[in-house]
Design a protein around this ligand. Structure first.
Ligand code: BDR
Ligand code: CA
Length: 326
C-alpha cells in the first residue's frame, strides 16, 4: 500500500494524544515525517514534553519530535488548563520520554524535511493545535507550498464555538496565524466543531478502556475520563468529543466522514468575535475561491468542511486502532 507522507503539528492535549495514537496505529498507511509542537493547550515546555513522552509510549521512537513556536504570532499564550489539566494530559502519568527533541527550531526542521522529499512527493500537514507553526512555515518559506498536498486541520466551526460563543479554541488561540493559513491557497480539509462534536466515545466505552490491561488503552481511558469531566455540558449526551482524532481518521478512513466545499474567513478582531470562522458554502466550487461566496469573502483558499460522521463506525475504527497498539 502506498503510504501518505504526513507531518503532525500538535499541542498535546488529551485529544492530541489520541490523534497521535491513531497515527501510531496507522503506520502502514501513513509515513510520519515528524511531529512538531505548538503552544496551545499548555505552554511549550509541557506540550513538547508530552509529545516526547507520547512518541516513546506509542512506539514512535523513530519519529523526530521538534519544538515549534512558544506562543501565538501576536497574542499571549492562554493555555486550556481547565480542560486538559495542568500537565496537558489530565491526570495520566506517562513514563519518562526515551528521546529528546530532534530540533529546538522546529519550523526550519520541518521545512528541511519536507524539501528533502524525493521529487514528485508531497506531504499532508496535520495541525491539531493553533496554526502558528503552519503560518510561520508558509510565510517564511513560500516555496514549501508546492510540496504540500493539503492541510487536514482541526479547528474552526461554521456555527459557534467552544471557547467563546463565537470561536473554536485552536483558531481563537492564534487567529492571525489561522488567517494566514486559510489564505495561503493550499487545499484545506477543515475538521471543525461541525464534525468533531459528533465524533467521540461515550462514558461506558471510556470506562472499558480504563479497565483494560493494555497500556495504551488504559492510558487513553484515563485521559478521556478526565476530558469527559472537564468538557461535559449540562443537557449534552454522555459523550466526549475527540476532536483531534478526526484529522487522522479522515486520512485513514475518509468514508467515515462527509462535508461540503466552503470559503472560510477568520475574524482577527480583538472583540467578542475574535477567532470566529466565517464559512460560506460554495456548492459548485471544484476549487473554492472561484464561487460568488468566496469572492464576497475575498478568499483564495480551497476548503472542504467536514460536517457529518458515521459515529458507530468512527467509534469502531478508533477503538480497534487503540487495541492494536497493545
Ligand atoms: C481543540 O482545542 C483543543 O483544546 C483540543 O486539543 C482541540 O485541538 C478543540 O477545540
Ligand atoms: Ca489540540
Amino acid at each position: 500500500m502506498k503510504q501518505r507522507n504526513i507531518w503532525i503539528d500538535c499541542d498535546p492535549g488529551i485529544d492530541d494524544a489520541v490523534a497521535l495514537a491513531m497515527a501510531a496505529a496507522s503506520r502502514d498507511q501513513l509515513n510520519i515525517l515528524g511531529i512538531s509542537t505548538v503552544a496551545g493547550n499548555q505552554i511549550s515546555d509541557r506540550v513538547t514534553g508530552n509529545a516526547l513522552k507520547l512518541a516513546s509510549f506509542l512506539g514512535m521512537e523513530d519519529v523526530p519530535v521538534v519544538r515549534g513556536a512558544r506562543g501565538p504570532l501576536v497574542r499571549p499564550v492562554e493555555p486550556a488548563g481547565d480542560v486538559h489539566g495542568s500537565t496537558g494530559l489530565g491526570d495520566c502519568q506517562l513514563p519518562a520520554a526515551t528521546k529528546q527533541t530532534a530540533s529546538e527550531s522546529g519550523i526550519f526542521y520541518m521545512y528541511t524535511r519536507i524539501m528533502e522529499l524525493p521529487a514528485g512527493e508531497q506531504v499532508t500537514l496535520v495541525p491539531t493545535g493553533p496554526l502558528t507553526n503552519i503560518a510561520l512555515l508558509l510565510g517564511t518559506f513560500p516555496e514549501v507550498r508546492q510540496r504540500i498536498e493539503q492541510i487536514v486541520l482541526m479547528g474552526g466551526s461554521s456555527s459557534g464555538g467552544n471557547v467563546t460563543p463565537a470561536a473554536e479554541f485552536n483558531i481563537w488561540a492564534d487567529p492571525e496565524a489561522a488567517h494566514m493559513v486559510f489564505g495561503a491557497g493550499v487545499p484545506i480539509v477543515m475538521c471543525g466543531l461541525d464534525v468533531t462534536l459528533k465524533s467521540g466515545l461515550d462514558g461506558a466505552q471510556i470506562e472499558k478502556l480504563c479497565q483494560s490491561d493494555r497500556k495504551v488503552e488504559q492510558a487513553c481511558g484515563q485521559m478521556l475520563s478526565f476530558y469527559l469531566n472537564t468538557t461535559r455540558h449540562e443537557g449534552e449526551e454522555n459523550m466526549v468529543a475527540i476532536h483531534d482524532a478526526v484529522t487522522i481518521l479522515f486520512l485513514t478512513d475518509p468514508d467515515l466522514f462527509s462535508g461540503k466545499n466552503a470559503a472560510v474567513q477568520v475574524d482577527c478582531s480583538w472583540g467578542e468575535n475574535r477567532g470566529r470562522t466565517i464559512c460560506a458554502e460554495c456548492p459548485d466550487a471544484g476549487v473554492v475561491g472561484t464561487g460568488d461566496a468566496a469572492e464576497d469573502l475575498s478568499l483564495s483558499a480551497s476548503v472542504y468542511l467536514l460536517d457529518q460522521v458515521n459515529l458507530p463506525e468512527f467509534q469502531r475504527v478508533l477503538l480497534s486502532k487503540l487495541a492494536s497498539l497493545g
